[in-house]
Each structure stands twice: as C-alpha cells, then as structure tokens.
Design a protein around this ligand. Sequence first.
Ligand SMILES: Nc1ncnc2c1ncn2[C@@H]1O[C@H](COP(=O)(O)OP(=O)(O)OP(=O)(O)O)[C@@H](O)[C@H]1O
Ligand SMILES: [Mg+2]
Length: 385
Amino acid sequence: MNDSKVPFTYGKIVNTDAFTNREEELSKLLTNLKSGINTIIISPRRWGKSSLVSKAFAEIKDEKNIKTVHIDLFSIQSEEEFLQVFAKEVIKVSASKLEDRIKLVKDFFKTIIPKFQFSADAESEFSLSFDFENEKKTASEILNLPEKIAEKKKLKYIIAIDEFQNISEYDEFEKFEKKLRAEWQNHKNVTYCLYGSQNHMMTEIFNKSNKAFYRFGDIILLPKIKKEKWIPFIVNAFRRTGKSIDKKNAGIICNLMKNHSWYVQQLSHYTWNRTNKKTSKKEMLSALNELINGNSPLYEKEVEICSKTQVNLMKAIVTGQKHLSSVKVMKDFKLGTSNNVSKNIKKLRENGTIEKISNTYELLDPAFEIWFKKQFFNIKPESYF
Ligand SMILES: Nc1ncnc2c1ncn2[C@@H]1O[C@H](COP(=O)(O)OP(=O)(O)OP(=O)(O)O)[C@@H](O)[C@H]1O
Ligand SMILES: [Mg+2]
C-alpha cells in the first residue's frame, strides 16, 4: 500500500491506523468489561487511556446485547450536570428513535419526572433536565437507570467514564462518591470503566482503604508503549507513505521522547513532514527544534509559576540525582530543608510535572525536559544526535 495520507496522529483519540501495540492491555480490558469486572485505568496525561478505551469499544460495537456508553467528565462541573449527562447518554444508546426514547423516560422514571426537550430537526439531539429538589431519590433513580433497562430488556451495559478524577472537584464530592458506589455496586448487568489522569487523584480515589471506591474494580496502571513496539510502527508508517526511516533513527525518536505516546507521534510527524525520501539527522534535528520551540511559551509559563526551590528540585531531578533529601543534594542544588523537599515533591506530583517511576523521580514531559536542560544547563538539542 502506498497512500500519501499523513500517518501520524496526535491530539486526537486514536483507535485505527495510528493505534499501535496495547495488545495485552486491550485483551485484559475487553475480557474484564465483557465479564462484568469494573475496571479503572490510570496513567499520566497523554499516554493513551482514552485511545485504549475507544479501541476496546470499537471492538465491542457490533455485539448485539451489549450497549456501550461513553461519558467524558472533562467539562462537567457538578453532580447535577453529571447525573443529567449520565441519564441522557444511557437513554441515547438504549433507543434510537425519538418516540422510543420518550417511552423509555416514561417507563423507567418512577418517582421523578424529567423534562425531555428535543429539537425538531435533529432526531439524535435531545436533553433531559431534572428537578433536583428531592436530590437523593433523583440521584438514585438516575444511577440505577442502566441496570433497570438492562434487566427489563435483557441487555448488558458497559459505561466508560473518562477524566473521572474530575468528580473530586464537585461540591461535597465525598458524599457523591459514596452515592455512586452504593448504587453501582449492586449492578449485575452494568460494568464500569473509570479512567483518568493526574495519577495522585485517581490513586486517591481508588486506592485508599477509607475511600468509597476502594476495591471497586480491577486497576490497570497503563504503562508506556515500549520502544520495540514503536520502532516498527514508525518505520512502517514512513514506508507505507512512500518515505523511509531506518530503525536506528526511529529508535532515536523513541529515546528523545521517552516512549511518551503523544510526543512520539508528534516528533515522528514533524520528522516525516520534513523528509523527502529518507530521514537523516538533519530532518530529525530540525523536527526536534520545531517541537521544542513550538512548546516553549508553554514551558516558560510552567516554570514561571514554580518557586525557586521547585525549579531547583527539577534541576536535581533532570541531572539524575537519586537521593533528593540527602544533605549533599539539598546543599548543592539549594533545595532548602528536607521538609521543603517533600513539600515540593508533593506539589510537583500533584500538578503532574514529576512522577516516581521505578523508584526515582522523573519529569513526566520529555520535551519539557529537553527544553529545561537547554534553558538551565545549556544542553543543545544537537547534542542528542
Ligand atoms: N495505542 C496507541 N498507539 C499510538 N499512539 C497512541 C496510542 N495511544 C495514544 N497514542 C498517542 O497519544 C496521544 C494521546 O492519547 P490519549 O488521548 O488516548 O491519551 P490519554 O491518556 O487519554 O490522555 P489525557 O490524560 O490527556 O486524557 C494520541 O493522540 C496519540 O497520538
Ligand atoms: Mg484521555
């Protein structure tokens, strides 16, 4: 095949050509979801959670008795909005015709009467609103809706909720968490796939024994895609579009971007764009420069909001210091007291700048790290080739 379509994608969920590897995770996720095991997926930003779930859903799509619901909490700001969207999406996948949807609302809401609004032109667009006066009843009835429909119609539901960590920003979220858990744990025909980033938030929600969602399901800590998998993906993508890159150079892209899904795709794309026939060092360096320069306003802002000791902590991390609170490191890098060090580690973890990976801290953003080293240590991008 030799089409000239752009072979790399970033910034969008990928689940077809641009999706690679993840066989193991996909198979585990599919097995879980089809056998009724709630599954939680956690990883830092942009490693590929949404893409993985989207791929899994694409594979389930044609199964007649399974209904898949996808809800993204990214812009959902409150419990009420959550419940509204939840009800709407469940109804949407349960019936496709307007009159059937209205019937569902009538049949399945017993104690609350939602307002059903729709526009005359688009059959698929409608909205539901609820009177939240009797909050408890309303929430419970909405949360049980998929289970009720499933029982009656002999169906199974799989409900995926993206950016799940956002519920922790709702008012009285601990109460809400308890409500969700209390209802969902009784569901026999509905399986939940809850996923999100900001590792510490997700871990907080699912891994603390005193929290409502403790042991709610199987937790998948999504790893990065391995270099051995990226290399053939990159080489083939060049080949099928009439260009070429050798394995060594594809490997350099992976190393530079530390196998970070989004960035491997982005740097591959920039490199591919510059390549006429065969990629050489020249195109790779210029691609890396474009990537770093393009992002630098963002990185500058990131550093601006950090305190001096936090920046120093990042310096210690990027130069490979392992014992951040040892007397020598604290002195050499001006990290303040060991109390400052732990506070700053906590802060930088919370905002997703660093993470503990196989026992040492790393900056999570590989391109930011290259920029940072250029800025503070004068390490030029050329030196990586
Ligand atoms: N399996 C994959 N194969 C190839 N590229 C991938 C894969 N998964 C993710 N990517 C790349 O990473 C980018 C980010 O993926 P995705 O949006 O799925 O990550 P995420 O973990 O959901 O991110 P966020 O935390 O920001 O929601 C995609 O746009 C794509 O470029
Ligand atoms: Mg996502």
